[in-house]
Design a protein around this ligand. Structure first.
Ligand code: IPD
Ligand code: CA
Ligand code: CA
Length: 266
């Protein structure tokens, strides 16, 4: 598998930040039993990881824009390129010692995502994709699952929580989806949910209230794995609407229809 120079830079940045997160994850597991808890420590781990990613990427391409969840957007002089980074996706999992979290790095060129890397250091799984070059899990080529009908499918989702999202609207979506599928999963890291769709581990995914750094790398992974990704209405405004639906051709279409079904009348 040949990687471009740019993808290599992204991979190196993700691995380096992942190493730092891995070390801190060990400490988080110890801190579960402390009275203060691991909250502040995790915030520091998150910031440290973003600093590592930023330094690595900006060293290689100093003129690109950089959008990171923690530091916000910094404009470069390039005008065409932007890094989009979530240094720690799955913070709640990380905080609770659950090994489902990742570093997510995407490269956008003239508004299109052209490369993506999602790395879970706890499982040593590195998902990569470049436009036109296919999607990979470590060195293995990946593809979306082939199931064609919802009753055969396991679908991942994101559940809004205290202070976040529209709970009522989600419950309507869930009610409709759960009546059609063989299983629902809420794993807690949107970047990995998308990577799992790309790898055929789950057949589809939907979530509202996501930010560009949660979904940017996953978008190119899914497309390069032969899948479809859209916003909740089936359009391509994922960043503007903060929403995403993903799956293969059939499941994506079916999910868009099901999550948009009107509220049932009593
Ligand atoms: C969160 C995770 C989670 C999703 C949330 C995101 P964070 O990102 O991706 O799965 O449900 O909406 O904000 O805060 O852990 O980087
Ligand atoms: Ca995130
Ligand atoms: Ca994050």
């Amino acid at each position: 598998m040949a990687r471009s120079a740019l993808l290599n830079v992204m991979v190196q940045a993700a691995l380096k930040a992942g190493k730092s997160l891995s070390r801190d994850f060990g400490e988080v597991q110890n801190l579960q039993v402390s009275v203060k808890g691991p909250g502040d420590f995790v915030s520091q781990a998150d910031l440290k990881a973003e600093k590592i990613v930023r330094e690595e990427l900006m060293k290689a391409r100093p003129t690109y824009d950089f959008l990171g969840e923690e530091g916000g957007e910094e404009k470069g002089t390039d005008g065409a390129h932007r890094w989009i980074v979530d240094p720690l996706d799955g913070t709640t999992n990380f905080l609770h010692g659950i090994p489902q979290f990742a570093v997510s790095i995407a490269l956008e060129r003239n508004g299109e995502i052209v490369a993506g890397v999602i790395f879970n250091p706890a499982t040593d799984e590195l998902f990569t994709a470049e436009r036109g070059g296919g999607a990979f899990l470590n060195d293995r080529r990946i593809r979306v699952a082939a199931r064609k009908t919802l009753p055969d499918c396991v679908i991942a989702c994101g559940v809004p929580h205290l202070g976040r999202g529209n709970h009522g609207k989600f419950l309507v979506e869930l009610r409709h989806v759960m009546g059609e599928v063989s299983g629902i999963r809420r794993m807690g890291a949107a970047a990995l949910d998308l990577a799992y769709v790309a790898a055929g581990r789950v057949d589809g995914f939907w979530e509202a209230n996501l930010s560009p750094w949660d979904i940017a790398a996953g978008i190119v992974l899914i497309r390069e794995a032969g899948g479809f990704v859209s916003d909740m209405k089936g359009g391509q405004e994922m960043f503007a609407t903060n929403s995403v639906v993903a799956g293969n051709e059939y499941i994506h279409k079916a999910l868009v229809e099901v999550v948009n079904r009107p509220v049932p009348s009593k």
